[in-house]
Design a protein around this ligand. Structure first.
Ligand SMILES: NC(=O)c1ccc[n+]([C@@H]2O[C@H](COP(=O)([O-])OP(=O)(O)OC[C@H]3O[C@@H](n4cnc5c(N)ncnc54)[C@H](OP(=O)(O)O)[C@@H]3O)[C@@H](O)[C@H]2O)c1
Length: 408
């Protein structure tokens, strides 16, 4: 097996690179603190990924996913304790304020944790937050080895947890199934690095690029399989944003439509606030709704909304950037833009969108004035087009999903 140190550029759009499993920002001038690790330690712990390690790390990710949409501002983390090739304890972080994955896994393992190997998809924390440091907990439990999926970019951790474990004589392997680990926590990483939630623009369009008919009718562009995938996506996000027109035209629910699944905060951006009094989004039994508007807009509707339990927030100027700032302050990591083209263009122009998920249905609706997914960006030359990076194509039922990242 090749034991030479590996330098992998993992995510160019996020402006950081991973060197020896350590995340380092390379263009903003800020460098995450890196632990003091000797070369022999680094070489000793690199590139030892085995099939078994991969399987255990995938199990961590599976466990972590059980808390999808519920952990922000914290990451999704799962942990597995292995002794003599057998899993003796498992756990995941259920939500912010509750113990971390390692604590649950160690509890489940009990005395079995002594001399065991612990797998965890994110570096164990090393600081007192709402819970004590996991690095100390692992040392106290007497584990022999810790296998870490990726380094925590949080400056409060950023290699410190790994350094502390190694200083205590625990063997640490970093960088198993790293890509999958980064994918799972991409929104958390974005929040930490950019102090903004990750904005995901999702839309469904026909093959001729329309998101609705000329009359504004859009139910449904895609098939059931694609819509189910959107429901899962909602369950993984902290908030969904639509604009006033989408409420007026589509009257959407915007819930995850799955028993027991998380429902994100539904956010309506409306400057005018000339919205119907009976929209489905005003039913807050199943999911909360926040209306962002401008100072003094339609006080009568505001009163009605408050009676329904809808939160209304007036901003001096309503922009996608201000909306994202507010949601960041609420501790959110991921925001799904499910709006129409006008708001989408505004969100892209203001840097509120990093990822695009376009569902394309093989049907043609036509209509020279039918709405399209992105309104006017002010570009006149094809050379100005925003090229997506890390593009993936996937067939979903009879539709197609194109995913990619906007250049930062
Ligand atoms: N197929 C799909 O994936 C999909 C998804 C969503 C929507 N749609 C369709 O899209 C159409 C609506 O398109 P739309 O672009 O008007 O969508 P929208 O989602 O309603 O966004 C536009 C509205 O957002 C509000 N807004 C607040 N701040 C804004 C800002 N800074 N910039 C721009 N808008 C701001 C305004 O509401 P106020 O006018 O209330 O002030 C504006 O009318 C509908 O026909 C709907 O069916 C399709």
């Amino acid at each position: 097996m090749d034991n030479s140190p590996v330098v992998t550029q993992v995510d160019t759009s996020l402006n950081y690179t991973q060197k020896d499993g350590l995340i380092v920002r390379f263009s903003s001038g800020e460098v995450a603190p890196t632990p003091v690790v000797s070369n022999s330690q680094t070489q000793d712990s690199m590139s030892r990924e085995t099939d078994f390690d991969s399987r255990m790390m995938q199990r961590c990710l599976e466990l972590a996913r059980r808390a999808l949409g519920r952990t922000s501002p914290n990451p999704l983390v799962g942990a597995v304790v292995v002794k003599d090739g057998e899993i003796v304890g498992e756990g995941f972080h259920p939500r912010a304020g509750e113990p971390h994955a390692e604590v649950f896994a160690l509890r489940a393992a009990g005395v079995g944790a002594r001399g065991a190997t612990v797998y965890v998809n994110l570096e164990p924390c090393n600081h007192y937050g709402r819970t004590p440091p996991c690095s100390a907990g692992l040392i106290e439990a007497g584990v022999a080895k810790v296998v870490v999926g990726m380094v925590d970019p949080n400056p409060l951790v950023a290699g410190g947890g790994i350094a502390r474990l190694r200083a205590a004589g625990v063997e640490v392997v970093v960088g198993v199934e790293t890509e999958a680990c980064q994918q799972l926590n991409e929104a958390f990483v974005h929040r930490i690095l950019y102090k903004k939630p990750l904005g995901i623009l999702k839309y469904a369009m026909t093959l001729d690029g329309k998101i609705a008919t000329t009359a504004g009718h859009s139910a449904w562009v895609t098939n059931q399989a694609a819509r189910s995938e959107v429901h899962q996506l909602r369950a993984a996000c902290d908030a969904i944003i639509v604009g006033g027109n989408t409420v007026r035209q589509d009257n959407p629910f915007l819930t995850s439509h799955q028993v027991g699944a998380h429902n994100p905060l539904r956010v309506v951006m409306s400057r005018q606030l000339n919205l119907p009094e009976t929209a489905r989004l005003w039913d807050t039994q199943e999911a909360p709704t926040l209306v962002l508007t401008e100072v003094g807009a339609n006080p009568d509707l505001q009163k009605t909304l408050l009676k329904h339990g809808v939160e209304v927030m007036e901003l001096p100027v309503l922009t996608p950037q201000h909306a994202m700032m507010h949601l960041y302050e609420q501790g959110f990591c991921s925001v799904l833009w499910e709006c129409g083209g006008n708001l989408a263009a505004s969100a892209i122009a203001q840097g509120a969108v990093q990822k695009v998920m376009a569902f394309i249905a093989p049907k043609i609706i036509g209509g020279s004035h039918a709405p399209t997914p992105v309104g006017d960006l002010g570009f006149t030359s094809m050379t100005e087009a925003l090229p997506l990076e890390r593009v993936r194509w996937r067939v979903v039922g009879s539709d197609c999903l194109v995913e990619g990242y906007l250049p930062q």
